[in-house]
Write a protein that binds this ligand. Structure first.
Ligand SMILES: Cc1cc2nc3c(=O)[nH]c(=O)nc-3n(C[C@H](O)[C@H](O)[C@H](O)COP(=O)(O)O)c2cc1C
Length: 196
């Protein structure tokens, strides 16, 4: 088995998390390859990229609530969704309802025209729930469909809509009520985008 980091919370490859920065939350990937430490590639237009540039920290949250993945990809969460943490007198925010979190110092290692490459150094972590969870293909498909929907908003490639429909079928077959609700919400965001 590949060796993980931070007691196994981060595994090799891309760890999908909900990243919180200053009163902002969005799904993001934390990349862990070989002996290199964790890093992220942030699209320049996002609030997350702006906050990392400005404040230099980020918290990675683990959650299996599919609705939260869709909401945070497309809209801001109200302040009551956040809980505060303090490191060296610096306020940071995590998701109030999460299963675990890791707070990172975040420094920009490289920049391209479109992206920031961000190096992460762990400060502290907490595991709040130790209940193991079975894999639900419906949940995984909500995540896939949300990735495609965030790309659709930027690139408007109709192929992405076909892939979203494929995943909507898996959500119908394998998901629970919360996955079905998340998929409905995703459609609302996509329709809003079509109308704009
Ligand atoms: C599972 C998943 C992973 C994502 N990973 C990244 C990522 O690594 N980098 C990035 O810039 N955007 C990523 N996105 C897209 C952002 O979540 C999306 O652009 C979001 O609207 C940014 O929100 P913000 O402006 O509040 O930061 C991902 C989306 C999903 C659904």
């Amino acid at each position: 088995m590949a060796v993980g980091l931070l007691g196994g919370l981060l595994g090799e490859g891309i760890n999908e998390v909900i990243a919180t920065t200053f009163y902002n939350a969005a799904p993001m990937g934390i990349i862990l390859r070989g002996s290199e430490g964790p890093k992220m590639v942030l699209f320049r237009g996002s609030h997350t990229a702006k906050n990392v540039e400005r404040y230099g920290w980020l918290v990675a949250n683990i959650t299996h609530d599919p609705v939260l993945w869709v909401r945070t990809a497309f809209e801001d969460l109200p302040p009551e969704y956040f809980a505060d943490l303090t490191f060296n007198c610096r306020p940071m925010y995590r998701l109030r309802d999460c299963e675990a979190w890791i707070a990172f110092e975040a420094s920009i290692e490289n920049e391209t025209k479109d992206n920031l490459i961000v190096r992460l150094s762990p400060l502290e972590q907490e595991i709040l729930s130790t209940t193991p969870r079975f894999v639900n293909r419906g949940f995984n498909s909500v995540i896939e469909a949300t990735v495609y929907a965030t790309r659709y908003v930027r690139f408007k490639d109709p192929q992405l809509l076909e892939w979203i429909e494929h995943h909507a079928g898996i959500v119908r077959k394998c998901g629970g009520n919360r996955e079905v609700e998340a998929m409905k919400l995703l459609r609302v965001f996509i329709e809003k985008e079509e109308g704009s």
